[in-house]
Design a protein around this ligand. Sequence first.
Ligand SMILES: Cc1ncc(COP(=O)(O)O)c(C=O)c1O
Length: 423
Amino acid sequence: MFNSNNNVFEPFEKKVYLSSPTPHIEGMDYIREAYDTNWLSTVGANIDAIEEDIASKVGCKYAVGLASGTAALHMCARLAGIKPGDKIFSSDMTFDATVNPMVYEGADPVFIDTEYDTWCMDPVALEEAFRLYPEVKVVVCANLYGTPAKLDEIRDICSRHGAALIEDAAESLGATYKGRQTGTFGDYNAISFNGNKIITGSAGGMFLTDSIDDANKVRKWSTQSRENAPWYQHEELGYNYRISNIIAGFIRGQIPYLDEHIAAKKTIYMRYKEAFADLPVTMNPYDEVNSEPNFWLSCIMVNEDAMCRQVRSERDALFTAEPGKSCPTEILNAIGSINAEGRPIWKPMHMQPIYRNCGFVTREGNGRATTNAYINGGQVGKDGRPLDVGMDIFDRGLCLPSDNKMTESQQDRIIQVVRACFE
Ligand SMILES: Cc1ncc(COP(=O)(O)O)c(C=O)c1O
C-alpha cells in the first residue's frame, strides 16, 4: 500500500481494530452454566454476580444491569425528572448516546464546549452556561475516551446551581479521579458494556448509585414497571431494559481482567506517546496529578502549524498533501490502507445536523456553529485560541487503533505509517 508520500507498507492480514472485544474463556463457562440451568432470560446468577462485582469495584452501593449504556442514561434522565421542553446542559464532544436519552424525555439540550486539558466538558463554559440559563436543573457530562473530566469542578458547579449531575462513564469504567472511580461522581451514573468498551457483553450497560430508592425504581422501570401483584399490573410507564443473563455471563468472565485490560491500553497509549514525541502531535491529554484514565482509546492531535489543508463536508473529507505536514484525513487514510482501524474524533454535538439548532456555550458565552474551527479561522477567544474547542479538536485529532490484542510489532507498523504522513 502507498501513502501520499509513496511509502510502501504491507497491510495486516488480519484487521487491527480500534477496540474490539477481549473475551475470556470463563465467560463461556458462565454462559454454559446459564444454559445448563435454563436461566436464559433477564434473571439469574450472572446478573446478580456482575451487579455485585461492579458495585464493589467501582465503590458504589448498587449497580443495576441493563440492556445498554443508553438505557442506563435514559433511566438517569427519568430519575432526574426531565420534562418536555426542559433545557439541560450536555457535553458537546461526545458520542450522541450521551444526550439522546435526555431528548427521549423531551429535553432541549444546550451543549457545553470542551477544554484542552482533558477533552471533556469545560467547567468555565459550564459556569458561563448557568449565567445564561440559570433555570437549568440537569447536567450530563461524559468522560471522553476513558479520561475523567474535571469532575470536582463540574460537581461543585452543579451543586452551587442546584442542578443534578448525570455522569456518563460509558467509556471510562475503571478510570479514577482523585482516587475515586468514575461512575460515582454523578447523582445518577451510567456505564456501558457495548462491543467496543473495555469490558463488553457484546451489549449491555449499568446504572450505578448509592440510593436504594433509585436502584429499586430502575429495577422496576426496566422490567416494564411490573407491580407486585399476581397478574401484570402496571401503574407507571415501563421499559424492557434489563440485561440478559447470557450477556451478563460474558461480562462476568471479563470483570476479573478489567485491570489487565486497562494496563494493556495504558501500554499502547504510552508506546504511541513515546514514538510520537518528536512529531508535531500531542496525545489525548489527562490530568496526570489527579486522574488515572482507563486509556480506552489513544488519540493524537496535529499541531496547528503542522496541519496540511483539510476540508470536510457533512459526509466527505479531502486534504492536500504537504511535505512535513499532515491532517487526520491523511493519517486515517494511511492507517486504513494497512488494514487497521482509526476513527475521527467524535464530531461535536452542536455540529450534528440533528442538534445544530440547539444552544451551544463556549468559555466566552453563546457560541455559534463553525465548520473547520482551525483551518477557516473560526472564532477566536480572548486567549487567541479557537473558541469552539470541540471543533478544533475534531479538525486536528483522530483516534488511533487501540485494540488491546494488537501486538507490539503491529503497533510499530502503525507508528511507522503515521510518522510517514509527516515526511
Ligand atoms: C460516551 C458514551 N455514552 C453512551 C454510550 C452508550 O452506550 P451503549 O452503546 O451501551 O448504549 C456510549 C457507547 O456506546 C458512549 O461512548
